[in-house]
Design a protein around this ligand. Structure first.
Ligand SMILES: *Cc1c(COP(=O)(O)O)cnc(C)c1O
Ligand SMILES: [Zn+2]
Length: 397
């Protein structure tokens, strides 16, 4: 039985719904993916959006993602584990305007988040909800940034973190996990290999896993980028949003936020076109979208400096592809060389040192502008998902 859970705080959470088969799940207990054996989809948290919640409540709220706490899953505020994540700045392209003529192009700069990436958002939400549900040990596979974020938020929340990371990952990602007190397990393989092992070990040891989109609440944390984009652009969404896609959590989350805000009456029905940018080495979504397919194939071409994009087959590939179709979006790849050039160009002229994942959006934007897909007069938002400082070891400077 799925019951509405009693509200003792401000969250408007009702239950979880499977976007594939519609099965409802009780949000008052621990959930992973859809319980329907033939489905196993990522679950979407549902809120009561009919209460008349007015955006004026935001006026006196702190500049963190928890300013949208009614639309986040934590029922009791005392369970919120926060380090000040979110409400990151929107920064216009300034000194590279020769490439953007006829467009207004902005960065949403996630690099200032705790632990240096937007993973902080998802992990803050997931760890907070785990705390509320009485969980003590949390494990995750990671390409780097999710591990550091989990380690930090688990430390903050008084929980134990176990992190599985490919051996090839730069040292700083490992060091931060250890410093934050996590148990770090290095794997000879990629993130899919890490995922399989976490799964086995978590079942054996009764740990809770927060693998990308196999747990409902990281999505909720990342969705706050969508709320912020609306609020920071004065409730008029940009025309095009570029997103560096690994597991696709942010892309799906932003799209979910737009849907919720329309139901709340905070925005209208106009939507940005969403652009998936992948690394040349992991191009499954790009290939599937261009071929008109509804699922992607496993694609791992090996090492890329953008470790966050080395996801050979995103768990929620169907939902990513659906967002691309619904938004009339586009999908394209960028090479490591293009990312390196972009990192240097943006650092030198804009004063921002970006993660390769974020920097990848710059050549991707230039390409889609050159083909005319991005049109004159359009407002474009690029999401820099992380700080470049953690990647310097792999860079030829
Ligand atoms: C994880 C990560 C990504 C990919 O994020 P998803 O939401 O899983 O697609 C992009 N950039 C950076 C810096 C990351 O750490
Ligand atoms: Zn289902």
């Amino acid at each position: 039985m799925v019951n509405h859970i009693e509200l003792v705080g401000t969250s408007l959470i009702i239950n979880l719904k499977c976007p594939e088969c519609g099965t409802l799940h009780n949000a008052g207990v621990i959930n992973t993916v859809c319980i329907n054996e033939n489905c196993r989809s990522t679950l979407f948290t549902q809120y009561d959006l009919t209460t008349g919640l007015n955006k004026s409540v935001l006026k006196d709220r702190p500049a963190t993602m928890w300013r949208y706490k009614e639309l986040l899953p934590v029922i009791n505020d005392k369970n919120i584990v926060t380090l000040g994540e979110g409400f990151t700045p929107i920064i216009p392209v300034e000194n590279l305007k020769q490439y953007t003529n006829n467009n207004e192009v902005f960065w949403k700069d996630e690099s200032g988040n705790p632990t240096g990436s937007f993973k902080a958002r998802g992990i803050s939400a997931a760890v907070s909800k785990a705390k509320e549900l009485g969980i003590h040990t949390i494990a995750t596979p990671t390409a780097g940034n999710a591990g550091g974020a989990l380690a930090a938020y688990a430390a903050r929340g008084g929980m134990k973190a176990i992190v599985y990371m490919p051996k090839q990952t730069p040292k700083v990602f490992k060091d931060e996990c250890r410093l934050y007190g996590a148990e770090l397990i290095e794997i000879n393989g990629n993130i899919s290999d890490c995922g399989k092992l976490v799964n086995e070990h978590a079942l054996l040891n009764n740990w809770f896993q927060v693998s990308t989109l196999k747990e409902p609440y990281r999505l909720e944390g990342k969705k706050t980028m969508g709320y912020e984009i609306a609020e920071q652009f004065n409730w008029q969404l940009p025309d095009v949003i570029f997103y560096p896609t690994g597991g696709g959590t942010g892309l799906i989350g932003i799209w979910k936020a737009f849907d919720e805000m329309e139901q709340l009456g905070w925005i209208g029905s106009k939507r940005p076109r969403m652009v998936v940018v992948q690394s040349q080495s992991c191009d499954g979504i790009v290939k599937a979208f261009q071929a008109g397919l509804y699922v992607s194939e496993f694609a791992d071409g090996g090492f890329t400096i953008a470790n966050g994009l080395r996801v050979p087959k995103p768990y929620a590939d169907k939902i990513i592809l659906k967002v691309l179709r619904e938004s009339q979006g586009a999908a394209l790849t960028v090479s490591d060389e293009e990312m390196s050039i972009a990192i240097k160009e943006i650092a030198k002229y804009e004063g921002m040192l970006m993660a390769p994942e974020g920097a990848a959006l710059w050549p991707a934007y230039k390409k889609l502008k050159a083909t005319g897909w991005v049109e004159a007069g359009e407002k474009v938002l690029l999401i820099n998902t992380g700080s470049g400082y953690k990647y310097l070891e792999n860079m030829d400077i």
